[in-house]
Structures are given as C-alpha cells and as structure tokens.
Design a protein around this ligand. Structure first.
Ligand code: 4NP
Length: 157
C-alpha cells in the first residue's frame, strides 16, 4: 500500500489543491509516485465540485504547475484511510479534530507549516480575500513545506 497523504484547508480550492499538486510534482521528481499518493479536501462544503480558484491556478501556472482536482469535503472516514493529514492552518486543524469523536486520530493530523524549513509561519495564510501576492506567497510556502514533508516521509516508506 502506498503512503497516503491528505491536504486540508477550508474551501479545497486554493491552498490544499496547491499543496496536493506541488507535492505530487515533488514526489514524481523523487521517483516515488508509486509509493506516496496525495489527495485534498476542505473542511467546508462551500465549493464542493469546483475546480481550483482561477487566481490560485494563475499563481501555479507562473511556476509551470497546472492544478488538477475538484473540491470535496473532508469526511470522518478520511481519518482511517489516510496515513497523514496536513492542515493548512490552525483553524483547519481544530475543525478536523472536532470530527474525531473518539479522539483516536490526533497523531495523524499535523500542521503543514511544521514541515517548512525556510519560513516561520504557523499557518498557510488564507489568500481568498486578498490580492495576487497572497497566492504567490502560498506557492512559496507550500513549495518549501512540501520539500520538508517529503524528507520526513522518505524513511517511513
Ligand atoms: P482555501 O481558500 O481554504 O485555501 O481553499 C478559501 C476558499 C474559499 C473560502 C475561503 C477560503 N470561502 O470563504 O469561500
């Protein structure tokens, strides 16, 4: 069974699909595509079925990355299915754990920024109501955190 990663934000149209696609790219570059698989989800139902936000797609394309995916909502069943669940911010982290009724999955849920090596942020800032630079910053931060995450996972494969 490949190692299964789930990236989670609020809407699943900006941060978590970017994390999923950036991580898939890093995994492919490392030749590990058959060992690690990625998915993403939102804590909210706001954008179920929607593709990644146009502004996020544009920021990804500036790095040569085409974002794939359509938004889905995080389900309690995801706790058992995934090996590691990466929350984009502390609110997402709390919202995810509030669905863990038996309090048994806490060790599987982590903050994405815990894996960043060159940034001190605790949260991947929500870019939704801001300008273009916020989307570029999400890409910068996630590229860094995905590299750190890959280094953490490699010994577990
Ligand atoms: P995301 O960004 O959580 O990174 O996908 C957002 C998307 C939509 C909303 C907020 C944040 N919204 O309020 O609709």
């Amino acid at each position: 069974m490949p190692y299964q990663l789930l990236f989670v934000c609020l809407g699943n149209i900006c941060r978590s699909p970017s994390a999923e696609n950036i991580m898939n790219h890093a995994i492919a570059q490392a030749g590990l595509s058959d060992r690690i698989v990625c998915d993403s989800a939102g804590t909210s139902s706001y954008h179920i079925g929607s593709p990644p936000d146009q502004r996020m797609q544009a920021a990804a394309l500036r790095r040569g990355l085409k974002l794939k995916g359509s938004a889905r909502q995080f389900q309690p069943e995801d706790f058992a299915k995934f090996d590691l669940i990466l929350a984009m911010d502390r609110e997402n982290y709390r919202d995810i754990l509030s669905l863990d009724r038996q309090n048994v999955y806490q060790d599987k849920v982590r903050l994405m920024c815990d894996y960043a090596q060159n940034y001190r942020d605790r949260d991947v800032p929500d870019p939704y109501y801001g300008g273009e630079s916020g989307f570029d910053y999400v890409m910068d931060l996630l590229e860094d955190a995905c590299q750190g995450l890959l280094q953490e996972i490699k010994p577990k494969l």
